[in-house]
Ligand binder design. Structure first.
Ligand code: ADP
Ligand code: ASP
Ligand code: MG
Length: 417
């Protein structure tokens, strides 16, 4: 008998018919002799719809109320899935995140899980139930409802798997596994049988939506066996593990992109020690994450620097910087949106010279200019204008020899995003 965590994303439970199919799959797993804990996301586009609705009433809703609202999506899913399982003759019980013992730090919209008290889950399993937990949510020690960031149900699943010492955590989604890039953009993307935690972590951080970055972090630190597979078929999927077998000659294993990028420049800054510490310290204190930072040469004691950040944080960042103008004098700030960050990832990059040069060449051949670059041992990222993103991704995919002859079947609705 195994203890299995099965997580189903929004598109997998996007309609009553899909909910029934998922329920049958869960029951089959239980009837094969396993103890099953299920994590579900909100149905289809529910979370996006709730956000749109809230913005019509208040363009800047309080973060607390937003979390109160968004957690309702997952509560609907768990209750409906449990009812469906009962209707099919099996025993199930649904829990909100807090009922399942998920405690988070006191941050709204992107809280980290600080503790899980799984007694109730174990009791329900012992009573013969399929346990269904609402993804993406938790509660602070003070009793405030929180969410874990967009796509956070993956993290709920992996964190629960670690807390209950599950044999495997299966992430069911609308594609067959982790591909060399988003198969919606590159139809000849190749499915990876396995990928290392480190490479997956980079891909997820760099925008590959298939797994939430914190879920991969949890899996790595707790050695959770993680499998990504389709809820629309029985195919094998991709295993995320410590060391994946590297294919001979494959230097770049994946390409990711992030469409949510803005660039802010601060021009004519007094070049005295402590300026960068002040600006970025202030941004950090306001919960704004900064990504690539570039400082250009100093002229007449004044410097210019630019940094990228999530486009949703751009306006707030400008406000924060304007707020410290008296302490850090500068001439002006500018901001640029409609940018994307495209990245190549591969554990083999460090020992192979010329990998980044090939990236720059492929991008420049399309007449696209590179605005910023950032590299590490296993990745190289370029910030470019958004317009030609798909062409750039396809051309990089070909340049690094990743194309396959097969066309990817994407199981979910093509019109989902
Ligand atoms: P779910 O609702 O199941 O959580 P997501 O939309 O969050 O699904 O994640 C699955 C989607 O991730 C796929 O439909 C695909 O478009 C996208 N994706 C991006 N990069 C990759 C990749 N490298 N491999 C597989 N899917 C990817
Ligand atoms: N429903 C949440 C979202 O859309 C969480 C998730 O799907 O993982 O972001
Ligand atoms: Mg997801």
């Amino acid at each position: 008998m195994s203890l299995i965590v099965m997580k189903f994303g929004g598109s997998s439970v996007g309609s009553t018919e899909r909910m029934q199919r998922v329920a049958k799959r869960i029951i089959k797993t239980k009837e094969a002799g396993n103890r099953v804990v299920v994590v579900v996301s909100a149905m289809g586009d529910t979370t996006d719809d709730l956000i749109d609705q809230s913005k019509q009433l208040n363009p800047n809703p309080p973060a607390r109320e937003m979390d109160m609202l968004l957690t309702t999506g997952e509560q609907i899913s768990v209750a409906l899935l449990s009812m469906t399982i009962h209707q099919l003759g099996s025993q199930a019980v649904s829990y909100t995140g807090w009922q399942a013992g998920i405690v988070t730090e006191a941050v709204h919209a992107k809280a980290r899980i600080s503790d899980i008290k799984p007694n109730r889950i174990f009791n329900s399993l012992d009573e013969g139930n399929i346990v269904i937990v609402a993804g993406f949510q938790g509660m602070t020690e003070e009793g405030e409802i929180t969410t874990l960031g967009r796509g956070g149900s993956d993290t709920t699943a992996v964190a629960l798997a670690a807390a209950i010492n599950a044999d495997v955590c299966e992430i069911f989604t609308d594609v067959d596994g982790v591909y060399s890039t988003d198969p919606r953009v590159v139809k000849c993307a190749r499915k990876l049988d396995s990928i290392s935690y480190d490479e997956m972590l980079e891909l997820a951080h760099l925008g590959a939506a298939v797994l939430h970055p914190r879920a991969v972090e949890y899996a790595k630190h707790n050695n959770v066996k993680l499998v990504v597979r389709s809820s629309f078929n029985e195919n094998e999927g991709t295993t995320v593990k410590e060391e994946a077998v590297m294919e001979q000659g494959v230097v770049v294993s994946g390409i990711a992109f992030d469409k949510n990028v803005a660039r802010i420049s601060i021009l004519g800054v007094e070049d005295v020690p402590g300026v960068l510490a002040k600006v970025f310290g202030e941004l950090a204190d306001n919960g704004i994450d900064v990504d690539i930072i570039v400082q250009s040469g100093v002229q007449e004691g004044k410097a210019d620097f630019s940094f990228t950040l999530s486009s949703s944080d751009s306006d707030r960042a400008i406000q924060v910087i304007e707020g410290i103008r008296s302490e850090v004098p500068f001439r002006e700030t500018t901001s640029e949106t409609n940018l994307v960050k495209v990245s190549i990832v591969g554990a083999g990059m460090v020992s192979n010279p010329g990998v980044a040069a090939k990236m720059f060449e492929a991008i420049s051949k399309l007449g696209v200019s590179i605005k910023m670059v950032s590299t590490s041992e296993i990745k190289c990222s370029c910030v470019i204008a958004a317009d030609l993103l798909n062409d750039v991704v396809r051309s990089l995919h070909t340049a690094y020899g990743l194309d396959t002859a097969e066309q990817v079947f994407v199981g979910g609705p093509q019109d989902r995003r």
